[in-house]
Write a protein that binds this ligand. Structure first.
Ligand SMILES: [Zn+2]
Length: 337
């Protein structure tokens, strides 16, 4: 077997291939190990196929528990899944696979594959730079590229979390505040509000509730949670009483439309930490990804010999690779091209 040096790429179907044996975040027919870095849908590609075709599927226990809620029909309990703690290693042939914490949503991991010859390749998955350990000494580092263009910079002077808390507190005086976001982000908002002593009930539909319960089971403190389908929660919403209602972004067009304050939390905002987008609706720039400067800073900290940018999930990989070459002098290429 040759050493790992140079063995990392992103397939046409979005699988991040590390070494000889590992495919991350999408199905690959030839790789015996499948890693799921976290529970967001664009990282679960072909997971049913991976499970059915006898791959050993590696993920953290929190990611497994979240996937059970967001996609309950997947056969996660038929013996194909091996849960790993951060720092724990699985060996396959000459290769060792280790998951390292990534600051993104609950359970998110980076992936490191090392071989017996000192080769080391890695994939960041999705991450925020500040809470994510840099993976140093890699021959090839595969980096996410969500905000991979220099126009995606958030140079806000204010603390977005503090701004979110004060917005919610102010609007609660008029009644219910609706918060729209994606799974994981909604629970981060609950944690922020609870940590700031916003003590009104948090009301939510069943799936958001179940995701929140998984987050609590894995150590997050979220406050007083109520189901929108049960009497107490329904009354709070029907009578526009002071509470915070948490809904998935997909429900934005169908709930909380009459008379209530609405807040969307999204990373896709770069000019202002908070912007009015409707009569009673604001967008708050709370992101669970690094912005462009964060991506560059992370690669600078890791000092890899080469970089591959993930050009499958968003199309900013080409720009990010060019900027890494230009700013850091590190060879970088986008895949798939
Ligand atoms: Zn994600």
């Amino acid at each position: 077997m040759q050493c790992l040096s140079g063995k990392a790429e992103v397939s046409e179907r979005g699988a991040v291939l590390l070494g000889d044996s590992v495919a991350c975040d999408a199905f690959d027919a030839d790789r015996p190990l499948r890693v799921v870095t976290h529970a967001h849908g664009d990282h679960l590609g072909g997971l049913r196929r991976s499970l059915r075709s006898g791959k050993l599927v590696l993920m953290t226990s929190a990611t497994r528990d979240l996937i059970r809620v967001v996609n309950g029909s997947l056969p996660l309990d038929d013996g194909g899944v091996k849960v790993l703690d951060y720092g724990e290693t699985v060996e396959h042939g000459d290769e060792r696979v280790t998951l390292v914490k990534a600051d993104h949503i609950l359970g998110a991991a980076q992936v490191v594959v090392e071989d017996a010859y000192g080769g080391r390749v890695a994939y960041t998955g999705d991450f925020r730079v500040d809470g994510t350990e840099p993976l140093e000494g890699c021959d090839v580092l595969v980096v996410e590229a969500t905000y991979g263009s220099p126009s995606f910079k958030r140079a806000f002077k204010v603390d977005v979390r503090e701004l979110l808390v004060s917005m919610v507190e102010k609007r609660l005086r008029q009644g219910t505040v609706y918060v729209f976001g994606y799974h994981g982000k909604l629970q981060e908002v609950m944690q922020i509000l609870h940590g700031a002593d916003v003590s009104v009930p948090f009301v939510m539909p069943e799936r958001v509730f179940r995701v929140s319960k998984v987050c609590e089971a894995h150590g997050m403190r979220l406050g007083c949670l109520a189901l929108s389908t049960e009497k107490d929660g329904r009354e709070l919403l029907d009578e526009n009483l002071p509470c915070v209602a948490f809904y998935h972004m997909n429900a934005r067009g169908s709930v909380g439309l009459v008379g209530s304050s609405r807040i969307c939390v999204s990373g896709w905002e770069f000019h202002s930490p908070c912007r009015q987008i409707g009569e009673r609706e604001h967008l708050v720039a709370l992101s669970d990804h690094s912005d462009f400067d964060g991506l560059i800073e992370y690669v600078r900290r890791c000092k890899p010999r080469r970089v591959v940018t993930d050009n499958y999930r968003v199309r900013h990989g080409v720009t990010l690779a060019r900027e890494i070459r230009k700013r850091l002098g590190i060879y970088a290429v986008a895949m798939p091209r």
